[in-house]
Design a protein around this ligand. Structure first.
Ligand SMILES: Nc1ncnc2c1ncn2[C@@H]1O[C@H](COP(=O)(O)OP(=O)(O)OP(=O)(O)O)[C@@H](O)[C@H]1O
Length: 252
């Protein structure tokens, strides 16, 4: 069953009198429980597309459907995790995770149970009372993921969430992300510039073209899990994606 569907999304930006077309009719769907990775050339419009899905940006044309119904603006059923986590430094880890729940009027006891569950899942329980500046970058990113999951969204939108991490932490989080996805059965759309990461995580990978972007190709990946970066079985799929990303050869 289709969970989230984007149909013919167009998005323009004003650049000092010049109208720049970022998205040129992007259509992409994610089935319930799919892990869709989005890759594409730098500046092609991946983040713009995710912002449209999250409702932070209005498309100039096209529509976003959740469970077959058009959605506009932001909503608790579509939650975004940013590259830098975007946590509140003045709040403790537990309060960061509970922030959205508090805003939604969930009583303290229930909030505590929910944050406890996700802090446990992200192996952060012993840091519940710490401030985010006392954590490593990887731990902060895990707090951001816990905070998003605590809202129990239908769809998790992740914009290069591991880009600022060192290789070792990234490997660990790639593994954890697969466990979390399998445990929570969330529908995830995940933007990355890293083809290996996309091949490890994705049930399918959507390759965006150069700006103004469209979906150039969708590659379905059914390799067994857990997957790891160096898996030989993923090499062919990575080559297929990389071939799509290579600029066309022009006249010499
Ligand atoms: N707020 C904005 N105002 C004006 N132009 C913008 C804005 N946000 C993005 N753009 C332009 O839209 C295009 C797509 O940007 P976007 O950040 O969506 O690309 P991206 O694929 O996520 O890039 P990267 O991989 O480098 O992060 C770029 O040319 C960028 O300059």
């Amino acid at each position: 069953m289709t969970k989230l569907e984007a149909k013919g999304i167009e998005r323009y930006y004003e650049h000092g009198g010049y109208r720049l077309k970022a998205l040129d009719g992007v259509s992409l769907s994610a089935g319930d429980g799919d892990f869709v990775c989005i890759v594409g050339p730098s500046g092609c419009g991946k983040s713009t597309f995710l912002r449209v899905l999250a409702g932070f940006d209005e498309p100039d044309a096209g529509e976003v459907l959740l469970d077959g119904k058009q959605v506009r603006g932001t909503g608790p059923e579509r939650i975004m995790v940013f590259q830098e986590g975007a946590l509140f430094p003045w709040l403790k880890v537990k309060d960061n995770v509970e922030f959205g729940l508090k805003m939604a009027g969930i009583p303290p006891d229930e909030r505590g149970l929910i944050s406890g569950r996700y802090l446990d899942m992200m192996r952060l329980s012993e840091f519940a009372g710490s401030y985010t500046y006392q954590l490593s970058t990887g731990m902060r990113q895990r707090v951001a993921i816990a905070r998003a999951l605590a809202m129990d969204p239908d769809v998790l939108l992740m914009d290069e969430p591991f880009a600022a991490l060192d290789a070792q932490t990234k490997d660990l989080l790639l593994e954890e992300m697969q466990h979390i996805w399998q445990r929570t059965k969330k529908t995830i759309l995940f933007v990355t510039h890293n083809v290996a990461e996309a091949a490890v995580l994705g049930t399918k990978v959507a390759v965006f073209s150069n700006r103004p972007s469209r979906v150039k190709k969708e590659v379905v990946i059914d390799a067994p899990r857990p997957r790891h970066g160096g898996d030989a079985g993923l090499a062919a799929v990575q080559r297929e994606i990389l071939a799509e990303l290579r600029p066309p050869e022009g006249p010499q």
